[in-house]
Ligand binder design. Sequence first.
Ligand SMILES: NC(=O)c1ccc[n+]([C@@H]2O[C@H](COP(=O)([O-])OP(=O)(O)OC[C@H]3O[C@@H](n4cnc5c(N)ncnc54)[C@H](OP(=O)(O)O)[C@@H]3O)[C@@H](O)[C@H]2O)c1
Length: 245
Amino acid sequence: MTDHPTVLLLGATGRTGRLVLTQLLDRDVAVRAIVRSIARVPQEALGRPGLALVEADLLAMSAEELQEQVRGCDAVISCLGHPINLKGIYGDPRELVTQAIERVCGAVAALRPSEPIRLVLMSSVSVLRPGAVDARRSALERGVLAVIRALVPPAKDNQNAADVLCDKIGPSDPFVEWAIVRPDTLRDGEVSTYALHEGLMASLARSDDTSMANVAAFMCELVTDSAVWASWKSRLPVIVNATPA
Ligand SMILES: NC(=O)c1ccc[n+]([C@@H]2O[C@H](COP(=O)([O-])OP(=O)(O)OC[C@H]3O[C@@H](n4cnc5c(N)ncnc54)[C@H](OP(=O)(O)O)[C@@H]3O)[C@@H](O)[C@H]2O)c1
């Protein structure tokens, strides 16, 4: 894939998505963003060369409409998330992220690209890899997470979306390659040095910090740098701010 891809960005109006948007444009990457309201797109991005905005309700688009937006894109980044308020947490669509990922994968499969597209999903350290390989999560923590997923729909949605990629798409799909980025507690701040880990490093009780700017920077690297992509595709890297020596 070219190191100057066209990227379909979902969630470009969110706290992290807006940083991904501006960082991609700063790298001269062409961005197609599907947003619910253009009024919520960051001012500094509006009118910049390389940005195409599509105002639409992602989950209400027909399969054909979504295919038209996916067509010609080399990568998809999802920074979708549920608003942190009562309606956002307990209202519809409870399966926002899962449905978006399933629909995008379906659109890519229907288009049958000659090279697989890269799909980068912003997720969370509350999401576990399949097969109990996140050994740092104790039985107690796994129990707590199961209760949280039962009670808090967005937590279940994040796990289900990751499971779609890990289990349904898998590592050898001809059309979709994927990476699931797992930040810890999201913080404001500039891009700084960050650390990437294969598995979880902190406990639920003592979380690490991850600046949203660093999440955005890593997601941009994934879609623009083939060596970075080769290192992390089909994996669920945990990203945290590097602690000063
Ligand atoms: N909070 C944390 O500490 C933390 C830590 C790790 C991971 N995460 C995960 O990281 C992800 C991104 O978090 P964030 O805080 O950057 O997100 P955010 O600011 O809440 O942004 C969410 C984005 O999703 C869009 N969206 C929400 N509902 C939608 C719908 N029904 N249809 C279409 N788009 C919709 C929003 O669009 P509108 O502007 O139109 O509403 C917005 O662009 C989330 O999945 C979250 O679970 C969070």
